[in-house]
Write a protein that binds this ligand. Structure first.
Ligand SMILES: Cc1cc2nc3c(=O)[nH]c(=O)nc-3n(C[C@H](O)[C@H](O)[C@H](O)COP(=O)(O)OP(=O)(O)OC[C@H]3O[C@@H](n4cnc5c(N)ncnc54)[C@H](O)[C@@H]3O)c2cc1C
Length: 445
């Protein structure tokens, strides 16, 4: 009987299409299934409130799914470079498998891999959480793409991994102490602000698949109206964020059985997955994307860092601009916001209020259930003009015109703002637009 192996789950809380788990099963022998709550390692950005809530429920679902197959999820807390070698020693494991990550924490993985191998432990890491590895799609000069369209054209032509089904059984691992999930205090208690999240979401792999099926059978047919916030999108964001569903599974589902209306919208949906890929490839090349302008010319932009009453009004959805307020209240209640409205509220903050994009990025990081280290800063920088293939800064969204165009019957705004609520706008849209353009004119070209 081989010595135990360890499968280290990170943002891949699923059993199907999990190459690291598959490798351990092929190897045979006992398997320690580990989730490590690591807020200490360098390069780790501690989760915000909404993602902590999601993680708690996703781990609960994952542990239950594992138990149904005869295994056990071991929960540990601490820095990976300390805790993984400790678990190896405790259990006598001689192999560790994981799926790759692509942000700054990949340095932790690289050091850990060398240290374990130096100690005679087999280590293997796998492609699992993106459609293409960032280093596989480069320009002819071998550099990362800076523009989405050629990136996606090259990426989507590559052969896509065939997703594997979930195992039918899991071997029991050797005895290993496990933390009590409640002791990690991921859920809000004082106050419990998560009622809207509970009403909106069901975290976990099984629920992710149900949502994908619902979308493929129903929502996808209307996806050409993606920009209308009242119509709705797939809602797969947080499931992808936590890896309850892999992009490869999405890709293959989109090439499976679909109605004719739905099929027409597949390229549009896949292109959105393409933006996810693009942002991760940008993060891979720029691990400091959340704290530094991708375009250094923007370092001189006169953004304000004042987090005073105007920013508070923005956070609370009390700016007096209906579409902005509806979006910010949707976010606070449900942990998500429609993509079009995300662009509008972000533009309002960085252009009409002239605040640094990092103020907004940090608020989204804390409040979005799908907040992740590539797509959140990548999209904020896209709106701010400082990002890769970004919207030009001088294109200032007018939230009222955006509402007329994308929410013509006011359905979305009515859903989130109490009828009859009238707040005075905190800023004049036309004058603040002029100020934004004047600020832009000060940038060196
Ligand atoms: C300021 C701002 C911040 C954002 N922060 C995040 C974030 O932290 N995490 C995140 O996943 N997305 C983020 N987005 C992108 C997008 O708004 C969400 O992915 C989308 O709204 C999630 O809803 P959905 O799953 O129903 O989307 P769908 O339209 O159904 O799209 C399917 C999937 O494609 C991907 N996707 C769609 N649009 C984008 C995009 N613009 N960039 C990257 N991936 C995309 C997501 O994985 C999404 O789940 C942000 C957008 C803006 C403008």
């Amino acid at each position: 009987m081989p010595a135990p192996s360890i499968v280290w789950f990170r943002d891949d809380l699923r059993l199907a299409d999990h190459p690291a788990l598959h490798a351990a099963l092929v190897r045979g022998g006992p398997i320690v299934l580990l989730y490590l709550f690591d807020e200490q390692s360098p390069g780790i950005r501690p989760l915000g409130g909404a993602t902590r809530w999601w993680l708690h429920h996703s781990l609960t679902a994952h542990a239950a799914a594992i138990a149904r197959l005869g295994g056990r999820l071991v929960l540990r807390r601490g820095a990976a470079e300390v805790e993984i070698p400790r678990l190896v020693a405790e259990t006598g494991a001689d192999a560790v498998f994981w799926n790759r990550r692509y942000g700054a924490s990949r340095e932790v993985d690289a050091r850990l891999k060398s240290a374990l191998r130096a100690g005679g432990v087999e280590v293997a890491s796998f492609a699992a959480n993106l459609l293409v590895e960032p280093w596989e799609v480069t320009t002819e000069a071998g550099t990362p793409y800076q523009v989405f369209t050629p990136f996606w054209r090259a990426a989507r032509e590559r052969p896509m991994r065939e997703p594997r089904p979930a195992p039918r059984a899991l071997p029991a691992g050797p005895p290993a102490a496990s933390d009590d999930l409640d002791a990690w205090e991921l859920l809000p208690t004082r106050p419990d602000w998560a009622a809207g999240l509970r009403a909106t979401w069901e975290p976990g792999e099984a629920a992710a698949h149900r949502r994908l099926e619902r979308f493929a059978g129903n929502g996808l047919a209307a996806y050409h109206r993606r920009d209308e916030p009242a119509v709705g999108t797939s809602g797969l964001g947080p499931h992808l964020r936590f890896g309850e569903l892999s992009p490869a599974q999405n890709w293959h589902r989109m090439h499976g059985a679909l109605g004719p209306e739905a099929r027409r919208n597949v390229p549009k949906f896949l292109a959105e997955l393409g933006w996810r890929e693009f942002n991760w490839s940008i993060l891979y090349a720029h691990p400091d994307l959340a704290t530094r302008n991708y375009r250094p010319a923007y370092d001189d932009f006169p953004w304000s860092w004042d987090r005073g009453p105007e920013v508070e009004a923005w956070q609370q959805g009390r700016t007096g601009i209906p579409l902005v307020d509806a979006g910010m209240r949707e976010l606070w209640r449900t942990g998500t916001m429609h993509n079009r409205v995300r662009m509008v509220v972000a533009s309002f903050l960085v252009k009409n209020l002239l605040r640094h994009w990092r103020i907004g990025e940090e608020w989204f990081w804390d409040t979005l259930v799908d907040a992740d280290e590539a797509n959140n800063p990548g999209n904020w920088q896209w709106v701010a003009g400082s990002g890769a293939d970004a919207a030009p800064y001088f294109r200032v969204f007018n939230p009222d015109l955006q509402a007329t165009k994308f929410d013509p019957d006011g359905e979305y705004v009515r859903r989130w703002l109490p009828a009859g609520e009238r707040l005075a706008p905190i800023v004049d849209l036309a004058a603040s637009r002029r100020d934004a353009l004047a600020a832009f004119a000060t940038l060196r070209r």
